[in-house]
Ligand binder design. Structure first.
Ligand SMILES: Cc1ncc(C[n+]2csc(CCOP(=O)(O)OP(=O)(O)O)c2C)c(N)n1
Length: 632
């Protein structure tokens, strides 16, 4: 009999025997494999944490006890055990279940998260709130060894340690971030893990000694004392102890019984925070994911038997194009360096890291550090390129202003996944990057429409001595999105892709091609449209903007980002300064967070599909005509 269907909440998990928990564990894993193979999602991390999640729900009383999963990409088992089995099949689809914790979905999810290394701070906040109110529940942060490369974790531990706050942190150590984990700490965790096999060896040795008649027991005691002395010099959680935590571990993350026992032990420690080190295996239970945890960290739908992706992969992603361009540039210019914050393959830097291993730096999940590091490298005479998803670049807002722009250093941020990203949803859309950057003095902000223009933009910033951000989308991009006559990419210059006299559409990045498609639709309705690629968002092309402003055509701006403080707002501000009419229509994303789902659904929800753009321009043209007729 299957157990999973009978689990409607954590209370049902508590009723199970150990053997039943083990059966539940394989059923949960199977359900995750089946669902992710159809829906796509984070597979390897979720398979690795199943037993730990079951142990958590056996020992703690969620939602009274508060569980906070760092990042939140590994909560599939948690979702399945907290009453969400029915909707699990809709994982990551439009109007379906989120791939991350979601307050809207369940009282067992305390925060909507997707960015790394915040869980210990949030847990400490909850623990302090509990103590101030005189409540008595447990607060538990579950954080990966990758997430623990993020500095905020240490800010939080430093703070928790000083206050002796009662708090449980579980380190879910699978030796992996998305790729192999990096940094000195990953070596430290390796030593701690080595002590796990040491523990196992010690247990087996002691058991064997004890079986020797008469002298066995005293000998076992003596040898244990000696072993403990050796251990205290070689291993232990000194780092965490120095931060004021009690360190327990490492423990086997597949052993539900042992974890349950340790959790009970941790619950009884009330005078200080506790860190429990649990060793898990990414991809556990699905051979292909165990062997290729990086490939299966986040995956598109795939065939379970072969692991191959369903559907054709088509042309290159924008990230892959950027990576190839950087390889070309690095072979021409020794000053070119590449930096990633734990996203080597995601940002297309795998080849670069192989060809130029001494000019490639993976700093861990540390975007703030990455930006300041680039500032230092640029100050030292190099040309660092920091490739980062736009949403994670938000982390480094101040470093970008203070360490890069204020110093006017030639650091280039390749802001990948700019605009909407689809299935990952609200925590991952790169829709704030343009508004964030437009206000930074000295910064060049560029949004090329295709990979050819991307190369031109990257080459252009290498020729100047300024900080820059080059934003491009997640999706695959064409080498030549539009057949353009005339000049190609130049900083501070826009390009006219269609020349019409009725309306002018101003767009950048991916939206440029939506504007071209909308113009083609409008042409069929007899409306002749000018389409301007505003590829240089800062500085803007003031001459062309002036010409457009004086042309008498109604202007329409189209952007795949927040309207507040975005491209359209800036164009309106500049036109207003020129005392010219501001745009008649500004299309983009309003003052809200956009949900998850297929890209086409999200673009449609935001009114940014070519047909929708054309329809709104038609409406505008009708309105303008009526006004003109009334005036004459
Ligand atoms: C600030 C930030 N940067 C980058 C990422 C992308 N990211 C998602 S999961 C992950 C690796 C996390 O590793 P770990 O915490 O060890 O969890 P695991 O997947 O190994 O279980 C990264 C880099 C992110 N979510 N947030």
């Amino acid at each position: 009999m299957r157990i999973l269907p009978s689990i409607s909440g954590p209370a049902d998990v508590k009723k199970l025997s150990l053997e039943e928990c083990e059966q539940l564990s394989s059923e949960v894993r199977q359900c995750i494999i089946d669902t992710v193979s159809h829906q796509g999602g984070h597979l390897a991390s979720n398979l690795g944490i199943v037993d730990l999640t079951i142990a958590l729900h056996r020992s703690f009383e969620s939602p009274k006890d508060q569980l906070i999963f760092d990042v939140g990409h590994q909560v599939y088992a948690h979702k399945l055990l907290t009453g969400r089995q029915e909707i699990f099949k809709t994982l990551r689809s439009y109007h379906g279940m989120s791939g991350f914790p979601s307050r809207e979905e369940s009282e067992h999810d305390l925060f909507d998260t997707g960015h790394s290394s915040t869980s210990i701070s949030m847990a400490l906040g909850l623990a302090r709130a509990r103590d101030l109110k005189g409540d008595n529940h447990h607060v538990v942060a579950i954080v990966g060894d990758g997430a623990l490369t993020g500095g905020e974790c240490y800010e939080a531990m430093n703070d928790a340690g000083q206050g002796h706050t009662r708090l449980i942190v579980i380190l879910n150590d699978n030796e992996m971030s998305i790729s192999k984990n990096v940094g000195a700490l990953s070596k430290y965790f390796k030593n701690l893990r080595a002590s796990a096999s040491w523990y196992g060896g010690k247990k087996r040795f002691k058991a064997r000694m004890t079986r020797i008649p008469l002298v066995g027991k005293p000998l076992a005691r003596l040898s244990e004392n000696i072993m403990n002395m050796v251990k205290s010099v070689t291993t232990g959680g000194e780092l965490f102890e120095a931060l004021g935590f009690r360190y327990l571990g490492p423990f086997d993350g597949k052993n539900i019984e042992e974890m349950s026992r340790v959790f009970e032990e941790a619950k009884a420690i009330t005078d200080m925070p506790v860190l429990i080190h649990v060793v898990t295996k990414k991809g556990y239970g699905y051979d292909l994911a165990e062997c290729q945890p990086e490939r299966f960290h986040g995956t598109a739908p795939f065939r379970v038997e072969t692991g191959l992706k369903r559907g054709l992969s088509g042309s290159k992603s924008a990230a892959e194009c950027a990576g190839e361009i950087l390889v070309r540039l690095a072979s021409e210019d020794d000053r070119v360096l590449a930096v990633t914050a734990a996203m080597r393959s995601g940002t297309g830097l795998s080849s670069f890291s192989q060809y130029f291993s001494n000019r490639f730096f993976d700093v861990g999940i540390a975007e703030q550090h990455a930006v300041s590091l680039c500032a230092g490298m640029a100050r030292g005479g190099f040309r660092p390129f920091f490739a980062v998803y736009a949403t994670f670049f938000q982390r480094a807002y101040d470093q970008m202003i203070h360490d890069v722009c204020l110093q006017n250093l030639p650091v280039c941020v390749l802001a990948d996944h700019a605009g909407l990203v689809g299935d990952d949803g609200k925590t991952h859309h790169g829709v704030f990057v343009i508004p964030m950057c437009l206000s930074m003095p000295n910064l060049l902000v560029l949004a090329p429409r295709d990979s050819n223009e991307m190369e031109n933009a990257i080459r252009a910033v290498l020729k100047v001595n300024s900080p820059s951000v080059i934003a491009y989308p997640k999706e695959r991009i064409d080498p030549y999105a539009a057949d353009v006559q005339g000049r190609s990419f130049e900083i501070g210059h826009w390009q006219i892709l269609r020349d019409g006299s009725d309306t002018a559409l101003l767009a950048a990045g991916r939206m440029t091609m939506h504007a071209v498609k909308a113009a083609d639709l409008l042409e069929k309705q007899g409306i002749h449209t000018t389409v301007v690629d505003c590829c240089s968002l800062k500085p803007m092309d003031l001459y062309m903007l002036h010409d457009l402003g004086t042309s008498g055509m109604p202007l329409v701006t189209i952007e795949e980002g927040q309207l507040e403080g975005g491209m359209g707002s800036e164009i309106a501000r500049l036109l207003n300064e020129m005392k010219l009419p501001v745009p008649k229509l500004m299309m983009g994303i309003g003052d809200h967070f956009v949900t998850h789902g297929a890209m086409s659904c999200l673009l449609e929800e935001c009114g940014l599909m070519p047909e929708q753009i054309a329809a709104r321009v038609l409406e505008l043209a009708d309105k303008e005509n009526r006004i003109n007729r009334a005036e004459h």
